[in-house]
Design a protein. Structure first.
Length: 413
């Protein structure tokens, strides 16, 4: 659908393809964020310290109570009764009575230690819950500047370079990071604004002489007494001038479409595709290319003129870069998975898969069409990609089996 670049044309740097919109996981609260990790780290450290402290207290208490030691006195005769220990009320020999009392005291001490352990564990559990909650709150407070930086970066990724973090608070590492990020955004905004202003001004300045040249050429061509050679030269110059006007218009549209679309209105892709087909129908009939396809309603929010430019560029390329005989172009629109989809497929020359990415770069064509100056200026697919990105969508190209391409445009509804 397009031809290869000339060896002298410089390769433009590839545009970023990162999409800031990330898929939402099924359980977002299980995402291992820095806040959760800090909470687990500090809460876990407190829990380990509490367990160690409880073990030390238990060992010291057990050692102080002398568990398992003998009684500091001996009973020579008599009877002893107890509500705690299981002692017989009948008289016992002195040795048996001392042994029973010793076991009773040890059992009582063990009960005291068990009760101390259970109460300490309950207290530790309560303190651990409080520690994790306090750690989560403090981690959120400490990391809140990072949240602002992330939200600003996401807004900037959506082509809103006017956003700034403007973080206040203590002059710490996070504020230094935020200030550095603001400075970078300021420089990026100035660079992008200057670039777009230059392209826009240059395009506007070039329009005037091109329009004057076209007028002069048309006036000379209207002279019936002009020599045939002069008329042929005028037609050649007029064709060259028209190509230059297309290049200027393409550059201006490319500069404008790189911005995010602010004013959006409902636009039906089926209607847009139908208008593009009507504009190309005469050229398709001349080349013997059949236009077909089923176009279902697919309404999106965007700019109708720019969306029509996408469809027109794709359909024009599909018609111009086709086979000499029995060629066809299929244009379909539909809604799939909550997105509006425009698909333009055609017959044509075989396109290597490794050349697909080059098609979307400005002034790039396939090798087989490097001399085809009558087929465009090499900005059609670049403009289509810029317009699709400005609408929050994407455009994909895939080689078709047997030759040609399948161009797929997806836009959010």
């Amino acid at each position: 659908m397009a031809a290869t670049p000339t060896p002298a044309s410089p390769q433009a740097p590839p545009k970023p393809t990162w999409d800031p919109r990330r898929p939402v996981p099924p359980f977002p609260w299980l995402r291992p964020t820095i806040r959760i990790r800090l909470t687990l780290l500090y809460g876990g450290m407190f829990l380990i310290a509490g367990i160690m402290l409880l073990s030390i207290i238990y060992l010291l208490a057990a050692n102080a109570l002398n568990v398992g030691s003998d009684l500091p006195f001996r009973i020579l005769s008599g009877e002893v009764s107890s509500d705690v220990c299981n002692l017989r009320s009948s008289p016992l020999p002195a040795d048996d009575l001392n042994r029973a009392l010793n076991e009773c005291v040890n059992e009582q001490r063990q009960h005291a230690l068990d009760d101390l352990l259970s109460r300490s564990l309950l207290a530790l559990l309560g303190l651990a819950i409080i520690a994790f909650a306090f750690g989560y709150a403090m981690a959120g407070r400490v990391l809140s500047p990072l949240g602002r930086i992330t939200r600003t970066a996401r807004a900037v990724a959506g082509s809103d370079l006017s956003r700034r973090i403007e973080l206040d608070g203590p002059d710490d590492e996070l504020k230094e990071l935020a200030d550095t990020f603001d400075d970078m955004l300021e420089r990026l905004e100035r660079a992008f604004t200057a670039q777009q202003r230059f392209v826009g001004n240059a395009s506007h300045e070039l329009r005037t002489p091109l329009a004057i040249n076209r007028t002069l050429l048309e006036v000379h061509l209207s002279d019936a007494n002009a020599p045939v050679e002069l008329q042929q030269l005028g037609k050649t110059l007029l064709s060259t001038n028209e190509r230059s006007e297309q290049l200027v218009e393409g550059l201006l549209l490319l500069a404008r479409s790189d911005n995010q679309i602010v004013e959006r209105k409902p636009v039906d892709l089926a209607e847009v595709a139908g208008q593009a087909i009507d504009q190309v129908r005469a050229e398709a009939e001349t080349k013997g290319v059949v236009l077909r396809g089923n176009r279902e309603p697919a309404v999106v929010q965007g700019n109708g003129v720019l969306l029509e430019r996408i469809a027109l560029n794709l359909v024009q390329n599909a018609v111009r870069y086709n086979v000499p005989e029995d060629g066809w172009v299929e244009v379909t629109t539909e809604v799939q998975h909550g997105q509006a989809v425009l698909v333009v497929s055609n017959t044509g020359p075989v396109v290597p898969a490794y050349e697909i990415d080059n098609l979307f770069e400005p002034f790039r064509r396939l090798r087989s069409e490097r001399t085809g100056s009558d087929k465009g200026v090499g900005l059609g697919l670049s403009i289509a990609r810029s317009v699709a990105r400005a609408h929050g969508g994407h455009i994909y190209a895939q080689p078709r089996e047997g030759g040609g391409l399948v161009m797929r445009v997806t836009l959010p509804i």
